[in-house]
Structures are given as structure tokens and as C-alpha cells.
Design a protein around this ligand. Sequence first.
Ligand code: AMP
Ligand code: GLY
Length: 420
Amino acid sequence: MNILILGSGGREHSLAWAVKQNPKCDRLIVAPGNAGIAQIAECAAIDILDGDVVATFAEENAIDFVIIGPEAPLAAGVADRLREAGLKVFGPSKAAAQLEASKAFTKAICDAANAPTAAYARFTSAAPAKDYIREQGAPIVVKADGLAAGKGVIVAMNEQDALDAIDDMFGGEFGEAGAEVVIEEFMDGEEASYFLLVDGENVLPIGTAQDHKRVGDGDTGPNTGGMGAYSPAPVLSDEVAAKALNEIVIPTMKAMKDQGMPYQGVLYAGLMIKDGQPRLVEYNCRFGDPECQVLMMRLGGQALDLMLACSEGRLNDVQAQWADDHALTVVMASNGYPGTYQKGTVIKGLGDLPETSSEYCFHAGTAEKDGAIVATGGRVLNVTARGATLAEARARAYAMVEQIDWAEGFYRSDIGWRAL
Ligand code: AMP
Ligand code: GLY
């Protein structure tokens, strides 16, 4: 089977790594890929936001199955275009991807499904939004409706910050994404991510994880795309996960189907858990990054079988086989991230790292230059390990981090603290 993965981050490197382990995979191409991915797959520099380009490329390369990694091509309708061309695709339609692309859409679906989530109101102009904030008081959460690269959410601990966020959003700080604003009740509790495959009809849980969004140790400093993750997340116990499945995920997936937008692909449910009760924070229509890296390390080659079953509407026939193990990933980022950072700094020591089914360094933002690996992004490496316990996985991951020689990079030294 010839497989094409779209994307260029650590998430896609881990997807490629898992897919390659499955004997069904004959040829693997990742577009556009990165320097780490290039060590295990062919890379192709094509515009993955253009459905026509991807469809033509897939036909020319006799691709049997396309896995779409990031949200941008999904929101641009690339999955729809590929399905029209008769290709087998893992990833939701443009209509179903609104679950991530529009916060107001997701709130409306939760209403239709009666799924527990924060109380909210929607606004298209500043004055009534500010009245609402003054009426509700702080803490309160202000969200740009559309995709804003993870930056469109302001958790305001005082009223003034919330009012300022309204001015920023309607002042155009997030462009089109901020033309509509959702204001939400602040939810207290512990956050965790729940990953499920959905084939339009059936829902199959494939794992839990916890991310570390703040840049600094002890969950301090600004928000990032995620500085590390581990799986499983103890807060998502079997009981809490069953509640999330039955009260949130299954009813919303049924509402999507009833409204003519059956969901097909991986569903990432961001949950807030308090006193054993989960509530939905957000849906994403893709794997989390870096959560995918720990899920793939735990699933290995069966990930391909599960994604194929998902795209063929066969999820009722398959099960995820979980070992009783733990995985943890440490993100190494360029100094200055999530603010401005230098590009092109040289990373040494990668060649000596172990590469086993329990230890692997996935690349997020790297390129090869004159035979050296250089950093090209904010988040650059995802040093990932698996173990019988979380403590063992963590010790292995940090031992690898120590081997990496990169003066212009940094990492959090406390990944996994909440569970340990
Ligand atoms: P989102 O982009 O919706 O995931 O929001 C980003 C982050 O903001 C989440 O991961 C939460 O930490 C926080 N957040 C979002 N909505 C709420 C809420 N209603 N209450 C508390 N925190 C929230
Ligand atoms: N790590 C958070 C995300 O992928 O959205």
C-alpha cells in the first residue's frame, strides 16, 4: 500500500514512524515533511492547502491512502477534494472540521447534543459583548470564533483583561477569526485530552494524554503549542472517560450525523475535569501535537490498521490493543519561543541517540543544511520514550535530552509532574 501523510511537524513524524512499522506500508511519502521525516520516508514539497495539487500528486504516485495531519488542510476542504477523486482519506470533511474551525459551531452542536460544556454567548460587535462581560464578571474566557493558531483564547482573571480582549478581537488582531467572539464561563479543574476515532457512525477511543501548555516549569509563563505530553492521563480514569464518551462525544457525533455532517477521522476532545465530571473545553479535528507522539509510541504499527478501519467505516470490527505502558515526550524549543527566536541554529548529538520502539526523537521544526541538522521553528524536537511506568518513560526521555547538544534550545524539566 502506498501512503501519503500531509504535514511537517513532530505529529507527522510520529505518524510516519508508526505507519512504517506496519507491513502493509510499501511506500511512504510525507508532504512537505522535515529533516527527521526524510530519514524514514520520502518527502515532497507540495502545497498541502491546495486540494487539486494534492489530488494530482496522489494520482501520479499511485497513492492508496492519505492521512491528513494538521487542521489547515482539513479546514480548507482538502479531504473533500481527495474523496471526490476516489481516494481513501483519514480526516474529516470541511463541514465536519468546523468542530475545530469555529468555536460558535461547536457550542451550537453541544447545545443540540445536550453535552456538558461552559455556558456561553456569541457576539459580532463590541458593545453588547462588553455589557455581557460586566454582567457576568471575572474570571471569564474570551475566544475568537475562528482558527487563530492557538492564540485566540484569552482566559481573563479580571474584568479589564476581558474588556481589552474584546477590543483586540474586534480591532482585527486575529483578522477574520475574530469577526465573531464567543464569551464563556470560566471552568475550573484539571485538563486532559481524549482521542477517539470516528467513522461517521462508530466511535473508538484510542487513548488519553496530558499536554503542558505553558512555556515554563511549574506551568508558568505564556501559552505555547505544547511543551511536552504523556499518556495515559490518570485524571481520565475509566470512569471519567466513560462519562466523556457517553455524555459528550457520542451525543455530539450523533448530532453531527443528524445535521448531515458525519465526522470521519480522529477527534481530539479537550476536557476539563472537576470532581470526576468532565466538561468539553474544545474539539480539535486532528491529533494533538505533541500528544500524537506519545500515542503513536504506545500504539506502534497498529495505528495504520486503526486509521484504515476508520476511513473504511469499519471501526466496529477493530479494537486498540493497549500494553500496560506509559509514554512521555519532552519538547525542545528555540530560545525565545513562543516569542521571537533565531532560526538556523545547529543541533548536534542527534546521530548518537537510541532509535528503538521505546525511544525516539521526533523532529518538529528541522531542516538539513550542509550535512547538519538545523532548527527552523519554535518547537524543534520531541524527545519521546516509553516505559513500564511513567517514571521510567520520563527518565529515558530526559536521558536522551541530555545527549543533545544545542546551546540555542531549551526545554521544560518537569514534564509529567502532575501525574508523578
Ligand atoms: P482552546 O483553544 O479552546 O483549547 O483554549 C485554550 C486553552 O484555554 C485551553 O486549553 C484551556 O486551558 C483554556 N480554556 C479555554 N476555555 C476555557 C474555559 N471555559 N474555562 C477555563 N479555561 C479555558
Ligand atoms: N497540543 C495542543 C494541540 O495540539 O492543540
